[in-house]
Design a protein around this ligand. Structure first.
Ligand code: FAD
Length: 436
């Protein structure tokens, strides 16, 4: 049989290739570095971490910790290598970046079923099973080929996203649900500010620290997608005529219109996540947390996905992908990694893991698998393929993507542990039933 083609030996591509190879099938793994470089990678190693050396939270009280544990149980090459090259990092799993990617590279290179080809693919192969895992910095020629497949308007090159907040961490004694001028159904969560609160917030916002832009990202800003801190710097009043305008939003408790209102919009079908309207931002994550918690009602809010503005090539997965990571139009074409609209190192590898398992199953004449929604790995696949296709933006692993527990537990740590316990039980059941 023809080898399975995997394009890109990053976090997702190496994981996909590993899963296929471990199931006894041949893989041709294409990696363009060092023949062709990207603007962020510095080495020719596989699974290079282009920025932070952290794979984030390690514990099961954290969704990305759960995701890693699920992957560990699914023989993930990325997590095994990370565990073996870990450095002390408190509650996080951080690695020595060089030994980590050297470790992944040597395992993949030495696997008898993986044939590494250091070459840029500029077209999507038409024959056989193909996994595209070329990442947020997919080469221009391949991007062009993908754009032809999806249509120009469904391949994005930038991610400019506002923070997303877990609804159950919002203080509903301070906010209310309504739409401006009471038009249509009550859809927004409104956080009111007095003049004093607004001024303090404004000061904090314009003095907060922003992330340094990379040279290739400087073209990101376009009107209509201006970072909130840049808008604020245009003058004290600007936000009051923009995203923070209070008109048509009287506070039902006082009957008066507040000085300013921050609106949150529902972000997922289950209504567990809300995004901050107009708050795309380039602030450092720590400062986002500090400044946005000054907004009344959000003092204890959990930001499940921080605002980002960066170069990111990704497809409109709600339109094009199935939760098996197959495209809707071609059974034997898969996408995996950041290009599917998952966000983060671990999430990218997780997508590669499912794509690798399913590509193998397809080759074996078996039905590809949809992982349970009750697991972190399955909930991510579910989210990117079921959320609204309009304004689709990449997503991290978070507990908000899993179905609620169905019982009220006030203590957050305890609640998250229960969700993780349920997820690992669901995974064990699933892998046994389906012989994964
Ligand atoms: P990659 O790891 O980028 O792998 C894709 C591979 O495909 C690359 O090796 C590339 O050379 C190769 N390739 C591309 N085109 C072709 C082609 N045509 N033919 C053959 N090979 C090709 N996530 C975090 O969790 N933490 C962070 O700190 C973080 N920082 C980031 C910083 C930047 C600047 C960017 C762009 C992203 C960052 N991310 C971060 C997001 C994401 O987790 C990483 O980009 C991650 O590497 C994505 O994994 P991937 O496998 O999808 O892509």
């Amino acid at each position: 049989t023809k080898p399975i083609t995997v394009i890109g030996a990053g976090l997702a591509g190496t994981e996909a290739a590993w899963q296929i190879a471990q199931r006894g099938h041949q893989v041709n793994l294409y990696e363009m570095r060092p023949v062709r470089k990207t603007d962020a990678h510095k080495t020719e190693n596989f699974a290079e971490l282009v920025c932070s050396n952290s794979l984030r939270g390690a514990s099961l009280t954290n969704a990305v910790g759960l995701l890693k544990e699920e992957m560990r149980r699914l023989d993930s090459v990325i997590i095994t290598s990370a565990d073996q090259t870990a450095v002390p990092a408190g509650g996080a799993l951080a690695v020595d970046r060089d030994t980590f990617s050297e470790n992944v590279t040597s395992r993949v290179n030495n696997h008898p079923n993986i044939n590494v080809i250091r070459e840029e693919l500029t077209e999507i192969p038409q024959d056989g099973i193909v996994i595209i895992a070329s990442g947020p910095l997919t080469s221009p020629a391949l991007s062009q080929a993908i754009a032809e497949l999806t249509g120009e308007e469904y391949l994005y090159f930038y991610d400019a996203a506002a923070p997303i907040i877990s609804k159950d961490t919002i203080d509903f004694d301070k906010v209310w649900v309504a739409s401006r001028y009471d038009k249509g159904e009550a859809a927004y969560i409104n956080c009111p500010m007095t003049e004093e609160e607004f001024n303090a917030f404004y000061e904090a916002l314009i003095t907060a620290e922003v992330v340094q832009l990379k040279e290739f990202e400087k073209e990101v800003f376009f009107e209509g997608c201006m970072p909130i801190e840049v808008m604020a710097k245009r003058g004290l009043q600007t936000m009051l005529f923009g995203p923070l305008k209070p008109v048509g939003l009287p506070d039902p408790r006082t009957g008066k219109t507040p000085y300013a209102v921050v609106q949150l919009r529902q972000d997922n079908a289950a209504a567990t996540l809300y995004n901050m309207v107009g708050f795309q931002t380039h602030l450092k994550w720590g400062d986002q947390s500090r400044v946005f918690k000054m907004i009344p009602g959000l003092e204890n809010a959990e930001i499940v996905r921080f605002g980002v503005m960066h170069r990111n090539t990704y497809i409109n997965s709600p339109n094009f992908l199935r939760p098996t990571y197959q495209t809707k139009n071609r059974d034997n074409l898969f996408f995996a990694g950041q290009i599917t609209g998952v966000e983060g190192y671990v999430e990218s590898a997780a997508a590669g893991l499912i794509a690798g398992i399913n590509a193998s199953r397809l080759l074996e004449g078996k039905e590809p698998l949809v992982f349970p929604h009750l697991t972190a790995i399955g909930s991510l696949a579910h989210y990117i393929t079921h959320t609204s296709a309009k304004n689709f933006q990449p997503m991290n692993a978070t507990f908000g993507l899993l179905p609620p527990l169905g019982q009220k537990i006030r203590n957050k740590v305890e609640k998250n542990e229960k969700i993780s316990e349920r997820a690992l039980a669901a995974l064990a059941d699933f892998t046994t039933t389906h012989e994964v």
